[in-house]
Design a protein around this ligand. Sequence first.
Ligand code: ATP
Ligand code: MG
Length: 358
Amino acid sequence: MKINSISLKNFRNYSQSKIELSPRINLFLGNNGHGKTSLLEAVWICINGKSYRTSKSKNVVNFSSKSAEIEIRTTNNDSVNEIKLIIDENKKNFLVNDKKIKNRLELKKVLATVLIDREFKENLEKSFRPRRIILDTILSNISLTFSKKLQLYSEEIKRKNEILGTSKNDEILDFIDERLLNLSYSLANERSLWLSRITNIADKVLKKLAPTNSLDFNIQSDSLNSENLKNQLESNRMKEKMTGKCLTGSHKDQISFVLNGFDAFEFGSEGEKKSVSMALKISEILLLKKVNNDFPIILVDEIGSEFDQKRFNFFYTFITSLETQCFITANNKSVLEVNKSKDFSIFSIINGDCKKIS
Ligand SMILES: Nc1ncnc2c1ncn2[C@@H]1O[C@H](COP(=O)(O)OP(=O)(O)OP(=O)(O)O)[C@@H](O)[C@H]1O
Ligand SMILES: [Mg+2]
């Protein structure tokens, strides 16, 4: 599946723009604050239903407007589809070929996307919570089963927190804990399974950079063993009632990546953390290819300055060699030097206006 064109109306700093795209590599050049990330965000929202930059959908509507529109035209074999998203202050409307749709999961399956930006590494290095959340986003992107388990678990945790914050009724809490026991055990084990797959591929990627590299992962979790989890739920009940918060379960799992024997995000150098982040993203792309039998569309938001020359060349040679559509943003043309044999369509973005320049 490829995106043929994207049209934006009153989206962020774009007032009106239609961009015809190449089925291979699209390079968007522009200085700071001209609209590069906004363009990638628009593609992402149209496919995934919500922004990765803001939880308030009205924030993407141009300051001087009441609603925004994004329209993408896609081709799959011979069929052409039009996906339209209208966002106003209170709601979002999705139209596929002019028909309203409610379930976007089907769309996600045929139009998988992988976003590679600086925030991924930043979230991995912050602390256990943002690390787990960003990794869960990746695993949900790859596995529908994981995504469903995560949703059910999160709903149950919300329910438990409501009771802990109000009646603290033991009978209701017992009932919820019994459900949580299964949900948490199942989620933690599913997470562990997918993390081992993703780390395994990332390990192979890192070995291509340096054969002596080795990557592994580690999960500290009460939920991987159901007997242990049951005991923890029981012994934490008093504390949970006092704090009004659910303290036990796989939303507390602590994930670490072990590079050459040490915790990469605790002790690693900047270069090592960048390499692990890049390898995990490449792994996400390769796993999606395996699961969907097709490469995802790849969105790369200005990560060039993050790498030394060796990693820069390795990363962009890999990305541009994949037989898929890529959207790459940058503030200079150095990406073009990496893979001269490849077909680049180059665009210039100035003040929310995107024009093809070659
Ligand atoms: N709702 C909005 N309406 C109008 N303009 C907005 C809105 N939200 C953000 N902007 C502005 O849009 C501009 C483009 O932002 P964007 O993040 O796309 O820039 P960028 O090209 O990625 O810049 P950088 O190179 O610094 O990352 C910025 O000046 C930003 O302040
Ligand atoms: Mg940007």
